[in-house]
Write a protein that binds this ligand. Structure first.
Ligand code: ADP
Length: 349
């Protein structure tokens, strides 16, 4: 059994081929595309490369799993893709303007290329266990009902994967496992896991809420948005570009690459130093809030910054000795494996 996983992000495409052997999923091919101008061309290039390497033969392919960021209230569970599903994902582009259009490009291209079942797996799925106190915004409920407004949360595959792996490593049954999971990449979010379930997370209605990210502002005073809209006469689209693409680390110091920021900060660059400190301070604010849920078994770091930057991990965990904190664990995330598992389990049903 072979499963192709396509994870079309806002700036990258990650693709994996998984083979099921003796009930175990093993990846047999991994590919990453960056700096491409056309999704279709990039995906077809990846597929051609898999075929050339002998990793993927069309006749062996069982199914394709796609990462989809926002499934709104309609989709939390994995779903077999048909025209109606595509239409709904398209409608939710307005909720995740950086991601859902990219996810759709991947789906449409691979539906044209392959005639096997294709499954959409949603980033929001893991967070459906969040209680109303964590999902509800303090706005009139009539509006929330009308537009399906609530906190959804994202990076679900990653938070679930790394906390499951961590529980395994610590020999604790997952349904008893408590953790704070920090996914710090270009997109970044924190999740509070209690008893193997997400009870709160930093991203909300869209992937814009919460931490300071590569080019996203994260939490911001809503009053400031109203002010800027008026003062700068910005349209909704311009506001979207400002907050999603021109803010965050990039807005603060001109680059979203944490390696460059760390290097510049070490050389005494004031903008880079401030950007780095703001990034760390926002993370610490959330860690502090999630510690109020009770002592976790572990604090888990993952994704580009979380996995690779010892400096940032140390800054985030500084001066917490008085809390007699749990181990800090680094686990390489594998969203694609979670997507492959979800795809197989849907087909099994
Ligand atoms: P994406 O959300 O695009 O998948 P990644 O998880 O790949 O992002 O993370 C990208 C971020 O990780 C970038 O800011 C990059 O600079 C940072 N990063 C990667 N390696 C390192 C490193 N060795 N030290 C510090 N930051 C790193």
């Amino acid at each position: 059994m072979k499963i192709l996983v396509i994870n079309c992000g806002s700036a990258t495409i990650k693709a994996d081929v998984f083979t099921q052997e003796n009930g175990e999923l093993r990846f047999s091919g991994k590919s990453l595309a960056e700096n491409f101008s056309d999704y279709k061309e990039a995906i077809l290039g990846i597929v051609a490369d898999f075929e050339k390497r002998g990793v993927l033969k069309s006749e062996e392919l069982t199914a394709i799993g796609h990462r989809v960021v926002h499934g709104g209230l309609k989709f939390f569970e994995p779903v077999l893709i048909n025209n109606e599903v595509i239409q709904t994902i398209r409608e939710y582009c307005i909720f995740a303007p950086l991601h859902n259009p990219a996810n759709l490009a991947g789906i449409e291209c691979s539906m044209e290329r392959f005639k096997v079942p294709q499954v959409a797996v949603f980033d929001t799925a893991f967070h459906q266990t969040m209680p109303p106190v964590a999902t509800t915004y303090a706005i009139p409920p009539v509006l929330s009902k009308k537009y399906d407004i609530r906190r959804y949360g994202f990076h679900g595959h990653s938070h679930e994967y790394v906390t499951r792996e961590c529980a395994k490593q610590m020999n604790i049954p997952y349904n008893e496992f408590n953790a704070i999971s920090l996914h710090l990449g270009n997109g970044a979010s924190i999740c509070c896991v209690r008893g193997g379930k997400s009870v709160d997370t930093s991203m909300g209605f869209t992937p814009l809420e919460g931490l300071v990210m590569g080019s996203r502002s994260g939490d911001i005073d809503a009053g400031l948005l109203l002010f800027l809209q008026e003062a700068e006469k910005l349209s909704p689209k311009e506001m979207d570009t400002l907050l999603n693409k021109e803010s965050g680390l990039k807005g603060l110091c001109g680059t979203n690459d944490m390696r460059t920021i760390e290097k510049r900060a070490a050389e005494g660059d004031a903008d880079a130093t401030l950007a780095l400190e703001i990034f760390v301070a926002r993370v610490r604010k959330y860690v502090g809030a999630y510690l109020m849920h009770g002592k976790p078994h572990a604090i888990v770091f993952t994704a580009g910054i979380g996995e690779n930057s010892k400096t940032i991990r140390e800054k985030i965990c500084a001066n917490l000795e008085h809390l007699n904190l749990p181990p800090v664990v680094v686990i390489k995330t594998d969203e694609e494996k979670m997507i492959a598992e979800a795809t197989l389990s849907l087909l099994g049903r």
